[in-house]
Design a protein around this ligand. Structure first.
Ligand code: NAD
Length: 502
């Protein structure tokens, strides 16, 4: 395998030379085949890498290699050894922390501090958590009475599903990809990962890591490309792939479901959101403002869990809006490594056009602009980056499009409410159901309202606080299934029940 060659590309790219080349990683080898496409650094608007698009033949090669791994060295590897390899992957990500950090920042333009504290550590943590999860699960067992007065013993053994296709988005590239790859591998599956075409670098680096730690060839494969008519669609329709685990937009999930139907693949979907936050008048307001400012603006609002609808009990509404305005105006947009940068760019020029169209629409719909609404004027290397201003509105009703459609930018609409029932009704008035964030000091209310939320996760007095053993996923149009801890293991394994007449 030519990991050394890839490393040279990384070094050359960092030195401002030619863009690095990102190859498909199939059967333990980096392949030199595929049509190159450009990968942009959104903080500068410049091409920093070129990835090789996988064609049907490359996908076939990946499926054959993956199948061989499941049936051979990897699928049959003793649990203790498999677990040790997963821990070794986590160790190696940490040893190569700076390489991952540089690659993630080049693809996303996100502030150094954010990638340093969130993206890369979670990439390693995902492997540790699922190495533990797989080692600590019990086997389901039932003793039954038989019609002849005897007994039978039932027990279920978990087996790998086979070859699993992982299709991931660009907002938290390493974090979200490893959130799927780690449990799938822990169960003994082989995976074929298609990272987002916008952010292929850290997944490619993980291919290097897999080779370095001695992962059997074909257990982890990377194919680059786009969705329709490209690597994404080729994975969803391939008869040799047993399951697709996907994170991305709801309408992409719908397209994948349709494409995967003829080959009856198992599906796990983590999709879009239009998440509510509710601030009651009894809340610790300083904590709520700090929590919501982080929730709305982290990663430039490009977090599926970010609240874009905030409901505030009327007595504290004005005070909350003023404090959020100050927080938004205190953010500093800029280049990832620049001192004091707290707000990165959006992922692409296309996404910036979409977000700015919502900024325009909000005003057209009659919103009151509290702050932002435009593009910041930046100097130096970030002048051509895809930045927008953090933006807050008030004044619109629940039917306004900006209150119903996922924008995926650093923005939120803030509306007042008068009663708990009204807050619950407004929060649930959406097709989506990913996450909510409730702020109150009344414990009984926290339990009551938390349970009423039609979402996969209800946070109280916090946001994005994750215990990776807990169920994670979306209700309504925000997803299918749950992952996390045992929930992931259940999705990525196939139980066979063995019934023995005693
Ligand atoms: P996207 O749906 O545009 O793309 C995601 C991936 O799907 C990419 O790799 C893309 O190439 C691929 N793809 C696109 N069309 C495809 C097709 N027809 N067949 C197969 N693959 C296809 O999403 P995105 O813009 O990368 O990410 C942003 C979206 O992801 C937002 O809606 C956000 O809410 C959602 N998201 C959800 C979660 C969650 O946990 N629920 C987490 C992060 C992001």
């Amino acid at each position: 395998m030519d990991a050394a060659l890839l490393n040279k590309d990384v070094a050359a790219a960092s030195a401002g030379a030619a863009p690095r080349i990102l190859r498909n990683f199939v059967g333990g080898q980096f392949l030199d085949r595929g049509t190159p496409f450009d990968v942009y650094n959104p903080a500068t608007g410049k091409v920093h890498a070129r990835a090789l698009e996988a064609d049907a033949e490359t996908i076939d090669l990946a499926v054959v290699a993956a199948r061989r791994a499941v049936e051979g060295d990897w699928g049959r590897m003793p649990l203790a050894k498999r677990r040790a390899l997963l821990i070794r992957v986590a160790d190696r990500i940490e040893e190569r922390f700076d390489d991952f950090l540089e690659a993630e920042i080049a693809d996303t333009g996100k502030p150094y501090e954010l990638a340093h504290h969130l993206d890369i550590p979670r990439g390693a943590a995902n492997f540790r958590v699922f190495a533990d999860a797989i080692a600590n699960l019990s086997t389901e067992c039932f003793e039954m009475d038989t019609p002849d007065g005897g007994k039978a013993l039932n027990y279920a053994v978990r087996k790998p599903l086979g070859v699993v296709g992982i299709i991931s988005p660009w907002n938290l590239p390493l974090l979200l990809m490893t959130w799927k790859a780690a449990p799938a591998l822990a169960c003994g599956n082989a995976v074929i990962v298609k990272p987002s075409e916008e952010t292929p670098s850290t997944t490619t680096l993980l291919g290097e890591v897999m080779a370095e730690v001695g992962m059997p060839d074909g257990a982890f494969n990377v194919v680059h490309g786009f969705g329709p008519g490209s690597a994404g669609e080729l994975l969803t329709t391939h008869p040799g792939i047993r399951a697709i685990t996907f994170t991305g937009e709801t309408r992409t999930g719908a397209a994948i479901m349709k494409a995967a139907a003829p080959t009856v693949k198992a599906l796990s979907f983590e999709l879009g959101g239009k998440n509510p936050a509710i601030i009651f008048a009894d809340a610790n307001l300083d904590a709520a403002v700090a929590g919501l400012a982080r929730a709305v603006f982290l990663n430039t609002g490009q977090v599926c869990l970010a609240p874009e609808r905030i409901y505030v009990e009327r007595p504290v509404f004005d005070c909350f809006v003023a404090a959020m305005k100050a927080k938004a105006e205190g953010l500093k947009a800029g280049a990832p490594y620049a001192e004091g940068t707290t707000l990165g760019p959006l992922i692409s020029d296309e996404h910036r056009r979409k977000v700015l169209e919502y900024y325009r629409l909000a005003i057209a719909e009659g919103a009151t602009l509290i702050t932002g609404g435009g593009v910041p004027q930046l100097k130096g290397e970030a002048a051509d980056g895809y930045f927008v201003e953090p933006t807050l509105w008030t004044g619109l009703g629940p039917d306004a499009r900006i209150c119903r459609e996922e924008i995926f930018g650093p923005c939120a609409h803030i509306a007042p409410f008068d009663t708990e029932e009204e807050a619950i009704r407004l929060a649930n008035d959406t097709d989506y159901g990913l996450a909510s964030s409730i702020w109150t000091t009344d414990l009984a209310r926290a339990h009551r309202v938390g349970k009423e939320m039609e979402v996969g996760i209800s946070w109280v007095n916090c946001w994005f606080l994750r215990d990776l053993r807990t169920p994670f996923g979306g209700a309504k149009m925000s997803g299918i299934g749950r992952e996390g801890g045992e929930h992931s293991i259940n999705f990525y394994s196939e139980p066979t029940n063995i019934c023995i007449k005693l």
